[in-house]
Ligand binder design. Structure first.
Ligand code: ZN
Length: 170
């Protein structure tokens, strides 16, 4: 139903803002590099990992890398204070890398031709407690697609949108 609602851009923000949060976590704002709120991400515990429900508008159409970063900070414009990809097991980047992946690596997401996205992405083998550690964590959308093999971030380019999961760093 949300998918249908979000085909109508004028209704999407309202639908996103009032949609009930899934069990496990509230909707948190997704901000762009200008610091504007462009949507929400809600993290929830699933049986095989953590699921991120994403609603947003105003993104560049196309395929984008999306990763979990280890610090719960979204400081525009470059979001560098969120750190590199969440990597507690010291692996290399890439879902298709035999020496990977980072624990924070996730499948690419697609933004439609209107600049909207309504999608759920999964972070296998993770749990909410890991993400909600002392400095929290963040979910980052990149300018380009992740090629799933290149170091250090799959040639996914600049960080263009960020959401804080858990408490912000002090
Ligand atoms: Zn990575």
């Amino acid at each position: 139903m949300n998918k249908l609602v979000c085909l109508i851009p004028a209704l999407c923000i309202t639908a996103c803002a009032t949609a009930p949060a899934p069990a496990g976590g509230p909707s948190v704002p997704l901000i762009n590099s200008a610091g504007h709120v462009i949507g929400t991400i809600a993290a929830s515990q699933a049986t095989d990992g953590v699921a991120f429900r994403i609603h947003a508008m105003g993104l560049p159409p196309g395929v984008h890398g999306i990763h979990v970063h280890p610090v719960g900070r979204c400081d525009p414009p470059d979001f560098s204070t969120a750190g590199t990809h969440w990597n507690p097991t010291n692996k290399q980047h890439g879902l298709n890398n035999p020496n990977g992946p980072h624990a924070g690596d996730m499948p690419n997401v697609t933004v439609d031709t209107n600049g909207a996205i309504d999608a759920t992405v999964g972070l296998p083998h993770a749990n909410m407690a890991q993400l909600l550690d002392a400095d929290g964590s963040s979910v980052m959308i990149h300018a380009n697609a992740d090629d799933y093999v290149s170091q250090p971030a799959g040639n996914s380019g600049a960080k263009i949108a960020c959401a804080v999961i858990g408490p912000p760093a002090k």
